[in-house]
Ligand binder design. Structure first.
Ligand code: PLP
Length: 395
């Protein structure tokens, strides 16, 4: 029998970060001492108190049972408490919050509740691939809005043509941003929400993955601006070093949350209850998050100093654990990633996580993304390898 793949999957490129994992695996098999700045998967351990909470939950919940589709009330209350404590936002856990199995599934599945064939979803590019892939799987069309140094990496919603806006159902934004590290100023978020309300567009703000990873000043949550037409996605993956736990939540406009709950109850059976229990402990604690921020700050300073000394163009990143580094003149991001790979340093070429925009350019082409997830000693070692190499003409 010849298996014929669906058009949907055959037209989808391999997942960029799975490709990077594969590159790392091959290099390690060849005996290369790899320093991995590729996938944004923290290598620091999950806090002990979270692991203990998970162990206790597994012992106490002797009848496993299916989880709640929308999250246990206690978990949703913990999410509401976190948003109140950290951002001063009041949410009703009964109607304005729902649990997710980490943000990836939530981002990917979200358009299913709101788009019909031919509708448009605005996606930032470079950007997290599930924005566009989830859009396409739901039968809608992604419109790629560039994030460039020229627009200060802020998605320029006012530059989107009127005929596109008229067909748009959802706009994805992601601040603090991967890969550019940009934070959205309050005024920007206010203007965006007003624009979206005027055009009856949902603002899907994938803010919670990196909102706790900042350096000079704290990011604003879009929910501080308002809830109407707004829904925000949160994840414990990076805030609490819990990528493997697969837990997050969505919060905002009750009407949107209700529709999204309907999507999800038809797709999955909820976040495992014992994981929700562990997540409640993680959400209640800010101390370990502050320590994590300091760890990223140190690694960031080490790498930024080295890149600057080596003569690379300045990096604009101000939050997240990503550095969005432009390649030296005359080189693409892929060229630079290949040069770094020869030193055993893995980064993500910008082009792998960005798409062509209306003018035919690809805003990621000249960049690479460093994810500061390697250990501090490894960052120092990467620095030594970079310092001993010239990346510029004649080098
Ligand atoms: C911008 C962005 N959003 C969402 C996610 C999804 O995180 P998770 O599915 O682990 O919650 C990631 C993961 O790297 C991300 O970079």
């Amino acid at each position: 029998m010849t298996i014929r793949l669906s058009q949907r999957i055959s037209q989808t490129a391999p997942y960029a970060f799975a490709r990077i994992d594969e590159e790392v695996r091959k290099l390690k098999a060849q005996g290369v001492s790899v320093i991995d700045f590729g996938v944004g998967d923290p290598t620091s351990p999950t806090p002990d108190f979270v692991v203990s909470a998970l162990q206790q939950a597994a012992q106490q919940r002797v009848n496993s049972g299916y989880p709640s589709y929308v999250g246990e009330m206690g978990f949703r209350q913990a999410c509401a408490d976190y948003l109140k404590r950290d951002f001063g936002v009041t949410l009703d856990p009964a109607t304005e919050i729902t649990s997710t199995i980490g943000s990836k599934e939530a981002v990917f599945n979200f358009p299913l509740g709101f788009v019909d064939p031919g509708d448009i979803v605005i996606c930032p590019t470079p950007g997290y691939p599930p924005y566009k892939n989830g859009t396409r799987f739901a039968g809608a069309i992604p419109y790629f809005a560039p994030l460039t140094a020229a627009n200060d990496f802020l998605l320029d919603f006012r530059a989107i043509p009127a005929d596109v806006v008229a067909r748009t159902k959802i706009i994805w934004i992601n601040y603090p941003n991967s890969p550019t590290g940009k934070m959205a100023p309050r005024q920007y978020l206010e203007d965006l929400v007003a624009w979206a309300q005027e055009h009856n567009i949902i603002v899907a703000a994938d803010e919670g993955c990196y909102i706790d990873i900042y350096f000079d000043h704290k990011p604003v949550s879009i929910l501080e601006i308002g809830k109407k037409n707004v829904v925000a996605f949160y994840s414990l993956s990076k805030r609490n070093n819990m990528t493997g736990y697969r837990v997050g939540f969505v919060a905002g406009d009750a009407e949107i949350v209700a529709a999204f709950r309907k999507v999800k109850t038809n797709i999955d059976s909820g976040t495992p209850t014992i994981i929700q229990d562990a997540a409640m402990a993680a959400l209640a604690d800010d101390e370990h998050v502050a320590l994590m921020r300091e760890e990223y700050r140190r690694k960031r300073e080490i790498l930024l100093t080295i890149l600057t000394r080596a003569g690379f163009p300045p990096v604009a990143s101000e939050a997240t654990f990503y550095l969005w580094q432009r390649a030296p003149d005359g080189m693409t991001g892929v060229d630079l990633a290949e040069r770094l790979l020869k030193l055993g340093i893995v980064v993500t070429p910008g082009e792998w996580i960005s798409d062509e925009v209306a003018d035919g350019s690809n805003p990621g082409r000249e960049y690479v993304r460093f994810a500061l997830v390697a250990r501090e000693e490894e960052v120092e070692e990467a620095g030594r390898r970079i310092s001993c190499t010239s990346f510029f003409k004649g080098g």
